[in-house]
Design a protein around this ligand. Sequence first.
Ligand code: BMA
Length: 844
Amino acid sequence: MTKYYTLLLALLVLSCAKNDQPTVTTLHQNWEFKSAKDTIWNSATVPGNVYSDLLAHDKIPDPFVGSNELNVQWVPTHDWEYKTTFTLDEKTLKTSNIELTFEGLDTYADIYLNDSLLGKTNNAFRTWTFDIKPFAKKDNAMYIRFFKTSIHEEKEAGKLDYVLPPGPRVFTRKAQFQYGWDWGPIVNTSGIWKPIKITSWNDVKLDDVFFKQESLTDSLASISVEYTITANKDEENASFEVKNKEFTHTVEFPVYKGTHTYATRIRIQNPKRWWTFNLGEPHLYTFETTLKQGNDTKGQQNVKVGLRTIELIRDKDSLGETFFFKLNGVPVFMKGANYIPQHSMQNKVTDAHYEKLLNDTKNANMNMLRVWGGGIYENDIFYELCDEKGILVWQDFMFACAMYPGDKAFLENVQQEAIDQVKRLRKHASLALWCGNNENNEAWHRWGWQTDKTEAQKKQIWDDYIKVFNRILPETVAKYNPSIDYWESSPSYGRGNPKFQFEGDAHDWGVWHDALPFERFEEKVPRFMSEFGFQSFPSYEAIRAFTGEDSISINHDSYITHQKHPRGFNLIREYMARDYPVPTSGDDYVYMSQLTQAKGMTMGMEAERRAMPYCMGSLYWQLNDCWPVVSWSSIDFMGNWKALHYKAKKSFEDVLISSIVENDTINTYIVSDKLQALEGDFTLTFLDFNGKSILSKKQKLTIPANTSQLVVKTALPDINEKPENYVMKAVFDYASSSSSSSVSVSTSSSLFYVSRPKDLKLPEENISTKVNNTNKGFSIEVSAKTLQKDVFLYTKAKGHFSDNFFDVLPNQTVTITFTTNAENIDDLAFKTLNNIKNNSALAY
Ligand code: BMA
């Protein structure tokens, strides 16, 4: 009988349980926009920005095509107005709280609801929430006026008796690259660039949940679950539940009026750690958290949590100071690149773009990206995908190459921005470092910015720097995200200070900006290279996109805007001529520029990896583009891999065979990021270009875990052939020594040429290709009787080659897949270094 009543009671209680969570709706419909100087309203897309709205109505030409960028510069000289109408139903109007949240407004905006001024905004990186209960009606009208940034910038500049370098952008908290960069157009957007939400709720609301890892050992993880609640009044009883597959943890607690953060502790026995994908599994726990009052659910959030420790280790040593990351206690060499925004108009970046770019990152064996400080704090999806894929993130605060103001209003604004962003991003297992800024410190001390300033002005500017980067930002990180290290500025030293080689992180622009030979990368290896780069032309597709012409031109008018670096073309040519034939035709030249970039950059990556543990990071400049352009990127705006991305994939493999000629000797290294020792057979074969073996060596090797080791020395005279006539093939067949129960053998290999590519006596091109259909596109068999160097396959069909810019050894067949939706690739063509003729007289 008692059982029966208990069951009945339980059913009764359950049937009374109600879902009383806040109602959240987006406010993205019916928007219209116009210039404040205009009278006619046109439809607008929200989230969006004024450029994409103008484009949609053919009011501006596409700024990415030709030199149109120059013709759209009137846009930020106007104020822009946006408006919409919306209705609220009875139920919403009856709730005790109605809030309006803008996740991002770009930038200076006055917001009106039903003719009442709700508020003014001045920071595109902050979230703005307004209580709209007093203004809300059944039928509502919203109006936002965005003021041109120059109004504020001129006003603030006028308050100072000095000019803050490099110019007005320092006064406005928005993406700095939109004022123009040496790879990006001036597209100074304004508008509602992130979602708008209306949230209505009664009594209590669950605002936020943060799983703060307190301690982590192999046997136990202790986590403080911090949950933030807003309540209209003190409430007696509420409960907070944390649930996953293994357990349910519930706490009862009284709720206090206002917004407060409460905490409860959970423990996980034998926790599974989160690792980067190359060292383990990026394991994420999923928790369901629920706020209840009685039986009513007041809020619910599902949270993914990765358990790991990550530390930046800076220890003084005999040479300087270390700079490396320990993940779960293990020193990890960071391989990766610098990431910039994917589009000048952020609303055009879809989830699919994030997915593709981060897959491309992982596929190139990169375990870290640096989110560079001149762009944006990325959208949640970026970090969620990094968590899932096991890619670490070095996160800059959004300050770059500038000296910023230090007045009270600016500092308060920055403070709030930092709180918003740190609280949002601290939830991600991928987050490895907070860095104050990009190159501000370096710029102030070495870019001649102090010359026109008085002592008092210099003091003021530097004091203001200290306030932001040595006080506000590190204190915010220490308060809200104490488990993550803060680094004041990247780099610690630029190439102008000899210390760059011995301590901290380095941006070495000796190659490129100082036109030093690529060998510089081998001569001066720093502790952690956080930027180094070299430009190339993008894909034919990207070039066609901005020239509007089918033939591939390297001297079209549109390069006035699509090559932003004043000496860019000269530098590309100068370096090309050092190593490669300088071709006559545009399409050959583009191909050669990509090979030049890939050669120099991989020389850097491999020198840095060979130098581990002295050097523990190689992040090149730059992963991607924000428009079609000649730049330092390895993936162009259309998503095509340049030669660099294919070759970086190889140079970043966990087990790398890398060689260098020193004192007439080829020194061959094996660099292993694996956490187990490796054992196997190592073979070196020197082949002439017809396939004849000149010299061959074989030996057994054991490579300790996580190390770089010189394994073979080969004196050049012993090879008994001129270097322009042979290639060295190295193969390491290995098993990891701890995996004896299920021994799986892996192979690493590399090809190495002693001569510069232009000096090689390559045979004539003799490639044959065979194309077959597959279920995802095509497979292409590439065969040759003699050595074919840097074979580049291309077609107008949109798709991805599994490998490209590869060498085919004599009598070898290489099978490449081309993933595409295209029905045919009848136009498939190839280039090879073997048939490119030098024309050093080429003018462009
Ligand atoms: C680095 C970056 C960028 C710039 C790049 C190439 O210093 O931080 O500012 O685009 O150099 O010049």
